[in-house]
Design a protein around this ligand. Structure first.
Ligand SMILES: *Cc1c(COP(=O)(O)O)cnc(C)c1O
Length: 376
């Protein structure tokens, strides 16, 4: 007689609900009977990777797939070190920054410890803490942004990490330099502060507090960056953490070696070295998309939230899952936001004009339909 499996499972795992990723596009297109699908659900960069990264991908020799990649992303870390003027040893690269989130939590949290973040932000911080058995203290947003004072008040002797998503996904808000300074002085080195700068390259503002500079003054700060968003390499899964050498050395102990593959490493390095024009054209695309979408949301009388980053959120006049299904039938995939604690909002990636126009025309149709009571 064997035990029921559930009895082998710790309570925090039994209580945890697995995230269900969306099905592949081909499956969805079959289900919704459409012959094309605009992916506007994941904040992907629709321009695709910069030219130098494409050339790396095209020149990959299939036989070299037999060899393990560099176990610690040797050359990519050298490139990162040169770009940011830091010792390559201060970078730790992961299979997307999601993997690095897990490594940081494993490195610093012990039984009974907690982490602090916002209630409406990138959910992976909260999820990893909880399925690892640590408390996630979720501080409500204030004016759609992280509430620095409430986060400081929530700290106690067991707080190990504060996660600040700057700019925030999904609201696009960010702390300016003075708010960041005040917050870091308040933390006073008592805990690790993670600045998740996944959308940093979308912000061109003197007042943006650049984590790569801040970490030189506040030694408890570590910064996450990713190649998934601006650099359009989400499918290859490359992200990293940078911080003081001692912090990164501890994080490395908990990190799986060889987790970044042979295609991702050189593609990411090439993307970084060929980013100036790519960043300019991506920023221009995003600005044009905002100029088209936001007035249209106003016209529809729908509240929206849109700040830094390549995404906008809009409140829907019916359940977000209904709107999602109706948009899918019209070949447009958006993100439902109920799971992000924005019930009946959707988030849309900001991409090229023709696709934005397709989205708007589908969205107007669907909004009309539900306002007339005709959607199911
Ligand atoms: C998309 C995103 C990431 C990137 O995750 P990867 O694992 O690097 O693809 C990290 N943080 C935030 C806030 C994001 O939106």
């Amino acid at each position: 007689m064997s035990l029921p499996i559930a009895e082998l499972v710790p309570p925090h795992i039994r209580a945890f609900e697995a995230y269900v990723p969306s099905r592949p596009d081909a499956e969805l297109m079959r289900t919704y009977k459409v012959d094309h699908l605009h992916r506007l659900n994941n904040n992907e960069n629709a321009l695709g990777p910069p030219p130098a990264a494409r050339r790396v991908l095209e020149s990959f020799e299939p036989p070299s797939a037999a060899a393990y990649p560099s176990g610690d992303c040797f050359f990519l870390r050298q490139t990162l070190g040169e770009r940011f003027g830091k010792d390559p040893e201060r970078f730790l690269v992961g299979n997307g920054s999601c993997e690095v989130i897990a490594s940081v939590i494993k490195a610093f949290c012990d039984k009974g410890d907690n982490i602090i973040t916002a209630d409406k932000t990138f959910a992976v911080y909260e999820w990893v803490a909880e399925f690892s058995g640590f408390q996630a203290r979720l501080i409500p947003l204030r004016n759609q942004g992280f509430d620095s004072e409430a986060m400081l008040r929530a700290m106690n002797g067991r707080t190990k990490i504060l996660f600040v998503c700057n700019p925030n996904n999904p609201t696009g808000t960010w702390w300016k330099r003075d708010e960041m300074e005040r917050f870091l002085r308040g933390v006073a080195g008592r805990a690790i502060v993670v600045l998740d700068e996944a959308y940093r390259e979308y912000v061109d503002d003197e007042d943006f507090p650049d984590g790569m500079e801040i970490m030189e003054r506040h030694k408890n700060v570590v910064v996450f960056r990713t190649f998934s968003k601006m650099y359009a390499l989400a499918g290859l899964r490359v992200g990293y953490v940078c911080g003081q050498k001692d912090a990164v050395d501890y994080i490395r102990r908990t990190h799986i070696v060889y987790s970044v593959n042979s295609l991702g490493q050189p593609a990411a390095a090439a993307a970084l070295l060929d980013d100036a024009e790519h960043i300019r054209s991506t920023q221009a695309m995003v600005a044009e998309a905002k100029a088209l979408l936001l007035p249209a949301f106003d016209e529809l009388g729908l509240p929206y939230v849109c700040g830094a980053g390549n995404f906008a959120m809009v409140q829907t006049p019916a359940s977000d899952s209904l709107i999602y299904r109706q948009l899918m039938r019209r070949g447009v995939m958006v993100r439902t936001m109920t799971g992000f604690r924005f019930p009946n909002w959707i988030r849309v990636s900001l991409v090229q004009q023709p696709v934005m126009r397709d989205f708007l025309s589908a969205f107007r149709d669907v909004v009309d339909l539900v306002r007339q009571g005709g959607a199911a």
